[in-house]
Design a protein around this ligand. Sequence first.
Ligand code: BGC
Length: 902
Amino acid sequence: MKRTITSTVYVFTAVFFMLMSCQQAKSPATVGGLKCEFRENPLGIDRVNPLLQWKINDERRGACQTAYQILVASSLELLEKDKGDVWDSGKTESDKSVHIKYDGSELLSQKDYYWKVRIWDKDGEASQWSETSLWEMGMMDEGDWQAQWIARSEDDPGRSAYMRKEFSLSTDKPLKNALVYVSGLGNYVLYINGEKAGNDLLTPGWTHYPERLEYQVYDVTDLLSAGENALGALLGNMWWSGGLGWKGGNKYSEGPLKFIMQLRLDFEDGSSTVVVSDESWKWTDSPIWEDHIYDGEKYDANLELPGWNNSGFDDSAWSPVKIADYEGKLVGPFAPAMKYQMDIEPVALTEPVAGEYVYDMGQNMVGWAKVKVNAPEGDTIKFRFAELLHEDGTVAQENLRSADATDMIVSNGEEIIWEPKFTYHGFRYVQVSGLKEKPQKGDITGKVIYADQPFVGHFECSNDLINNINENIRWGQRGNFYPAPTDCPQRDERLGWMGDAQIFAPTANFNMYLDQYWTKWMFDITDGQDDEGWVYDVNPPIVVSGPSKPGWGDAVVIIPWMTYRYFGDKRIIKENYDGMKAWVEYMRKESNNDIYVWDEGREGWYGYGDWIAVEPTPGKPIGTAYYFYSTKLLSKMAKIIGKTDDAQMYDDLSGRIAKAYQREYWDPDSLNYPGKTQTANLLPLAFGIVPEGLTDQVVQNLVNDVKEHDVHPTTGFLGTGYILPMLSRYDHHDLAYEMINQTDYPSWGYMIKQGATTIWELWNSDTEPPEGMNSRNHFALGCIGEWIWNTLAGINLCDESPGFKQVIIRPRPAGDLKRAKAEYDTNYGMLSVDWEKSGDTFTLKLVVPPNAKALVDLPDVDESSVVKEGGTEIGTNEIEGISVQEDGKIIAAAGSYIFTVE
Ligand code: BGC
């Protein structure tokens, strides 16, 4: 029987106990959405104190949690009797319902833990117990791994291989549970009796392999049966040995491809055994004769070995594997798995040149194509992927640089339904050649693949262009949230560039729930951190040498900060504190009189600067601007985790840096910063470097420049994140709104007018030569998503109460915008904002989730305004859930509200 938490016994007793607790529970609140380490019922937890969280359902105004009780038991039976033999938190007075650190007795390797929770509501009444949830601990003890790394034993190390082994299960010894722990270098696909284990893709993902590699854990009980069973592994190169970077020149390894697997079998009689990868396995070449992350996968159906991953297959011609090793740490599954997320059907099929068929997916997407092929035996069918078309309608691959992006099938004469395993493509078009007959439009399906983190934010408004921009931003995120946040998904690059990620992180966090994602990426960054404190520009580090440049390396500090702000996670701060501090200390060591200049000795080159800007900003000051920003954030984070001495020290240091910045870079004659560009003024303004008395001047500089450019951005990656927010913050919201509505160059609308379905790398991707650096799917310039959320939806974070525990609702209508609606599934439940402006009336429908609250700052309120909620004037009458602060701002407790301003 498969591991389950709803066995028949359980259902019966659960109902019984639910009825019992129904009688006891007076609160109408219920508790659900239990997660351990951000996942539901996760397997392979590799943390000694995992984090727990839940959500409360309670529609009453003011709904909140005043206390909780967690029970963790070593068996379902005990938990059903309300016995937390492993941990009983007791009634704990607290409103915390996320990031609760497990605090019971020591968790044992590979053991299941069952848990549930109940809460006490706003009236102090207890809820029923939640449903039961489960987590399973990973391989925590040294010596747990009995499996050995195995590899193909012959030359041709990067050639994809099949590996297999059979074993038998006795009919007299019924199997209860089977869990498999599995990893590979490069990627693997594990089959059990012909079925794929789990539905993750591109496993084991990408980490800083020299230090750390993840294994996956799957419950495979249902795939096994009494009698003979077969294990089969398919291996390919991907990030490990395919070659990364320009021309794919950087490899972690030349191979050989290797694999490790341990299958734990638990029997009904209480005994257990393991089946492991060892020298008893055999290998042979797989039908994939070439696989490469950038170049695509080549599959020869004639080399297929039907039944190879089932029992009874004759493997006498296969060779014994050799024993291999891996020197890094093999760790549990921290990264969100890569998964199929949606299918895209082509919108058009053309034949621009005789025998060449071009599919248009209608969307620049990332993943691969699942194809159906009917062709005579021996025919080779090619699928070439591209973002663009040449004028003649054939695919244009020039902007992929050296990436060949071509999948190939050699037909065996039968109908083949196929998709690759060890590559992925960023594409809108697929050109098929080698077919003798015209294919059908339905022969290709686009499989959209990205890291399995839920899209929690949804926004729409009465302005179609802004909706369109927002949709393109989301597609940019879909296409690049792979095991690392990549710059682009199509050319010979696809690296975890830090500058791109830090500037996009706030927007990304509004779209997806990324606590787990950033937690894992921070491992990649700090695993590679140099002893001197510097980090790399891309992480996992490969391809680009260090030390990282200003605005790029600072991601080591900014990412934990943004994760704390959006998800309320303090652990990411604690866990990375030393790494963040080391980076700041590195900059301090390299600075002179508090001025930090990244300088490699190349005259006039101070890092990437405001990368791809229309009007370049001198790079030199950017080093100190970011040195200030990182130091300031470090000071804030030190305070949050109780390092008060550090907090003070870095606060003082940031003060000195700000002064030095002004001394060095502010020109008292022109009253401007070097370059006088938008970005030159934006960074000091946004980071808080500008002395108070000069703020108006700096804002004026910005506004003047914006107007000089007919209200267009001239910023690159770094400035773009702040252009709209700073205009809106400093009373030029109308200009910000005008800017986002532009449809001529340079603007986001311009990309859309040229047919973009994602965010481009360059403002002028259409007119720059296609060769070289010109991707059509780069999320960085999409960093204005944050502004859409903050101002148009009006959803703002509150640093004193992060992770949407308290949220600031401040909608800012502008121009012709009549309506905006946003939903965001927070830690506490759905936050919803829906506002409309009609005539002189502004209406805001607001839903604040249980256990959270909102500070509501309604627009255009003055003494003559009448502000009501649910028809009752605020301030004159008591309204349930609402209180008015001294400054006139409204605090709304959990619940649904309709506010009007007339
Ligand atoms: C990448 C960028 C990255 C940059 C650094 C480019 O090749 O695509 O997004 O941040 O290099 O300069």
